[in-house]
Design a protein. Structure first.
Length: 283
């Protein structure tokens, strides 16, 4: 089995990543390390260097170092051609406020896709929130050209994706109802999280995805997208609990009190850091 550890270099590693690493390396599968810098605006070289240093210090050794998503543009272009050939990709010029003006409550308008065109000032990890914007399909049949400057969306048919989460059991998700036609490339030319992660998990032959339960709502659309790309069998999925700051608040990368390098500077040992996450995980 091959799994992956796939942090975004948009902040320092924190205890949430350490918990994910415990599950990833604890799965018994071989581990591929992928730097998820699809959001070029928020990624920083110093955070990327920090990921390697902190993993080394913590004692997690990847079996394969797959490098950065930003070096794989040709792989994503090849993949988008597979979807274009099926007539599934269209351009969209809707702004965030147009998408959000469909009568959704304010909270629904505020939480959306990280690193995508619809990003909020402080996007949620992996791009999904408790409330998601559902795209109406306004540009589906407008025939706008697929060029930079427009978002690119994938036509999403109705239908339920079923999978068995290795911890949570059977799941059902209907991507069209959850989010509508989702973005694969944003208007600034960034491949989106959903697209890049699906292409990478397929091309890098990942057969086990181990990640936090906050990404559970993305799984159905990633299974759907992988099938449209031609992946024969989806990977297995395990979504683990998160470490919470409080019962309703996740840790974030800006929580300096939980950054691996801050704890190390304060004299914590790697054993203490790794033990801390075991006791802090909640459902
Ligand atoms: N890069 C994502 C993050 O750091 C994780 C992606 C995934 O596991 O699918 O939140």
């Amino acid at each position: 089995m091959l799994t992956r550890f796939a942090p975004a270099p948009t902040g320092w590693l924190h205890l949430g990543h350490v918990l994910n690493a415990e599950y990833v390396w604890g799965s018994g599968a071989r581990v591929l390390l992928r730097i998820e810098d699809h959001d070029r605006d928020r990624s920083r070289p110093e955070y990327e260097a920090g990921i390697y240093q902190d993993l080394e210090w913590l004692g997690y050794r990847p079996d394969i170092i797959a490098g950065r998503q930003s070096d794989r543009d040709d792989v994503y272009r090849e993949a988008i051609e597979i979807l274009r050939a099926q007539g599934l990709v269209y351009a969209c010029d809707c702004t965030r406020s147009e998408i959000g003006s469909g009568g959704a409550p304010a909270a629904a308008r505020a939480a959306t896709h990280a690193g995508d065109d619809e990003a909020t000032p402080k996007p949620l990890r992996g791009g999904v929130g408790p409330y998601e914007l559902r795209y109406s399909g306004r540009c589906r049949n407008r025939g706008l050209p697929l060029v930079d400057g427009y978002g690119w969306r994938v036509r999403t048919d109705p239908g339920v994706e079923r999978f068995i989460d290795e911890r949570l059991g059977p799941q059902e998700q209907d991507p069209l109802r959850q989010c509508g036609d989702f973005l694969v490339r944003d208007r600034r030319g960034n491949w989106t999280y959903q697209f890049a992660v699906t292409v990478d998990d397929w091309r890098q032959e990942i057969d086990l995805v181990v990640r936090g339960v906050d990404l559970l709502p993305s799984t159905g659309r990633q299974i759907r997208l992988a099938r449209l790309l031609g992946r024969e069998r989806p990977p297995a999925f395990l979504h683990h609990p998160l470490i919470m700051k409080s019962p309703h608040q996740k840790l974030s990368k800006s929580d300096r009190d939980t950054g691996v390098r801050d704890l190390r500077a304060r004299g914590w040992t790697r054993e203490q850091v790794r033990a801390a996450v075991q006791s802090g995980a909640q459902r």
